[in-house]
Write a protein that binds this ligand. Sequence first.
Ligand SMILES: *Cc1c(COP(=O)(O)O)cnc(C)c1O
Length: 429
Amino acid sequence: MQFYSTRNSNHIVNIDEAILNGIASDGGLYMPSAFTNVYEQLAGNDLHSVAENMLTPFIGGYFSTDEIKAIVRESFCFDVPLVQLNEQLYVAELFHGPTLAFKDFGGMFMANVMSKILQKQGRKLTILVATSGDTGGAVANGFFDKENIDVVILYPKGKVSDLQELQLTTFGKNITAIAVDGTFDDCQHLVKTAFADQELKASANLSSANSINIGRLIPQMIYYGYVANKLFKEKTIRPTIVVPSGNFGNISAGLFAKQIGYPITRFIAATNANDVVPEYFNTGTYTPRPSVQTLSNAMDVGAPSNMERINNLFGNDVSKIKDEISAYTVSDEQTKATMQSIYEKYNYIADPHTAVGIRVAEEKANNETCVVMATAHPAKFKADVELILGVNIPLPKQLSDLLNKPQQKLNIPNSFSVLKDFLLTAQKK
Ligand SMILES: *Cc1c(COP(=O)(O)O)cnc(C)c1O
């Protein structure tokens, strides 16, 4: 399949270029050129069968069937439990991967696919990424020990949680974690400056792994397909899917899954106080603005980059978008109250992001069966969850294992020339 830029439908590339470039040269985001209905060809109901069925139209021209099977086996080696809370409410737990968040689907897949593309091309490259916490861990874990790829992660010193820092700094080998004396915005600015620097571009073979890469969206279709197929086959239910949203990448992947024929009724986006999209659907006016800080911090996004994809998919027609997605905002107070009531009613511990989704499902669904995408394990937000629920949350093995590992990190000032020297020197080794 080919991929076009949201800013120019004549700008077309193959999957290898789309993934290695990350963003189109005109600043647009890559979109699949076609959505082929493949649901009828689904051969089994397990996660791997669904994954092979869904991935084939997107990467099948470039990778052989055996290569796709290998990518699926290597990338998706964890469960997606579907937990039923009541007659019409389910939670799909996407957080059983190595870093306990749904971003593992994208991180693992992209690392395996990029590595295979580079092998075919006989090339090496360096991934440079800025993280406010979660993305960096999923990227580091996915790319760890990949032969032809080095990863450099910038994070704001003292501004990620201790557990998040451990998830970045305990790998070593091809993963370099750099604590920057600055904010997340400073880190992101350093990354952007590096990509615009001609000398670095020429010598350092840089690429990105951020959430706008189509290589992260494609694998995220899989859990939508898996749970929709399961409910449809077992109970003839076409669920409405509620997605706790920040950058709107996750929900975009859900739209793709529906486009290729999977049995989904519609989507509801649940945001925290960063309510640019609910406001857009209500008023027709899209006003990106600086984000505000909330309890569900992985969704603190004031200018959701994937809205460009969603607008493109529906020909920039808000009324068409609203036929497929509605969107609601939830305050921190409501999030806390929902975490408490869900715990009391169902003995279920939801992390703050998932709770934003559950709140919307409980209040806004019209007598339809909802699946809420549970985006992170509650232990990732241990301090907040314990305070809100008054319970003790044990660390899952993925996190407790990190506590005994030595940390390796560099510290740099918020200075592009220092970063540039580091990247040029590392390249020569
Ligand atoms: C990244 C993230 C989100 C938001 O996903 P988008 O694709 O940015 O909409 C929600 N919850 C958690 C836990 C996340 O890490």
